[in-house]
Ligand binder design. Structure first.
Ligand code: SF4
Length: 337
């Protein structure tokens, strides 16, 4: 008991100075493992205290995601049904028309989303593809929504064009710890991901970067992912935590389930190590009970994907999410502005 009390005190003190704009605080993987191993109630209490220092604990930011180009991706990410290496049945779909994207953004806005994320299944965009996305970003911004894009790796000139278009966030996940990464993806390196994030950061675009748990990683590897994210200087403004969706036809389709309480622990540890980040519930919510999602909010999650579909996998329907937020007395950030 004595040791646990000391651990909480140390973790709390250590988390305090970390901030997206403040002095960097480095986390060792061992320190993050120590957080994961706290008694559940202590971990959630600690995460909730930090959460309340920086956010309204009842407000949740809602983002809607649209796949603007699906399938046929030349990367081999083991979890992804859009990879051309797997046979998950996702059709290779051409890029959506601008007007289709704007209609979807407007519909999402009417239903309460304040950020619209556009995703494309590419290793990296060509100049022509990037030019089309730039037009989409401008048009969605004109609706008064925040914009986010996830397009794979980016070259310097593409980052500059997105910045000029007013892109608010760029999503590029680290996916997992460096030590486990090679088990999941072989077509690009961890460093490639870090380099893209660095280019985006230097351009002044907010970073959305997180990972996926439940892919068969060890606890130390799960902690390694969180340490990597928390040690980015500064850490991401937005941190999506995904629970693996096991899609038939992908190499990870038979991965054993992650204990839902370990998912909640991951959210809490992300909150403690990245106090001012929006920690987002992302893929895998459809397979989660309301009770587990409520625990995630208690653990410090304060953002979620909102809409019936993610890129190509399912998501709880909007009516269900509205009812869940009502039951919990929570409300969208936009209603709290
Ligand atoms: S996660 Fe992205 S980069 Fe990887 S295969 Fe899927 S679409 Fe391609």
């Amino acid at each position: 008991m004595q040791t646990q009390t000391v651990n909480i005190f140390r973790a709390r003190k250590a988390a305090a100075p970390a901030s997206p704009s403040g002095t960097a605080r480095r986390w060792s993987v061992d320190e993050v493992v120590e957080l994961f191993k706290l008694p559940f109630a202590d971990l959630l209490y600690h995460a909730q205290q930090i959460h309340r220092e920086h956010f309204d604990p009842n407000a949740v930011q809602l983002s809607t995601l649209l796949s603007v180009k699906s399938g046929g991706c030349s990367e081999d990410c083991g979890y992804c049904p859009q990879s051309a290496f797997h046979s998950a049945g996702v059709e290779d779909q051409a890029m959506l028309q601008l007007k289709t994207v704007v209609q979807a953004a407007r519909a999402a806005q009417e239903k309460g989303a304040d950020r619209f994320c556009m995703g494309a299944a590419w290793r990296e965009p060509s100049d022509a593809e990037l030019a089309s996305v730039v037009e989409m970003v401008k048009a969605v911004r004109d609706l008064g929504m925040e914009t986010c894009a996830t397009l794979g790796m980016l070259r310097e000139e593409h980052v500059a064009q997105l910045r000029a278009a007013g892109l608010d966030y760029y999503n590029h996940n680290l996916d997992t710890a460096p030590e486990f990464y090679g088990e999941i993806i072989t077509t690009r390196d961890y460093q490639d991901r870090l380099d893209t994030l660095e280019r985006v950061r230097r351009a002044g675009i907010n970073i959305c970067s997180g990972g996926i748990v439940g892919m068969g990683e060890t606890l130390a590897q799960r902690a390694g992912l969180i340490a990597q994210l928390a040690n980015l200087d500064p850490y991401p403004e937005s941190v999506p935590i995904n629970n693996l969706v096991k899609v038939e036809g992908t190499p990870l389709e038979n991965t054993p389930d992650l204990d839902p309480l370990d998912f909640v622990r991951t959210v809490a540890v992300a909150r403690i190590t990245m106090p001012k980040a929006r920690v987002r519930l992302s893929a895998g919510r459809q397979q989660m009970s309301d009770a587990v999602q409520a625990l995630c909010f208690l653990a410090g999650a304060n953002s979620m994907f909102y809409g019936d579909q993610l890129l190509t996998t399912g998501n709880p329907d909007i009516e269900h999410d509205r009812a869940l937020l009502d039951k919990l007395g929570m409300y969208p950030v936009a209603e709290n502005k």
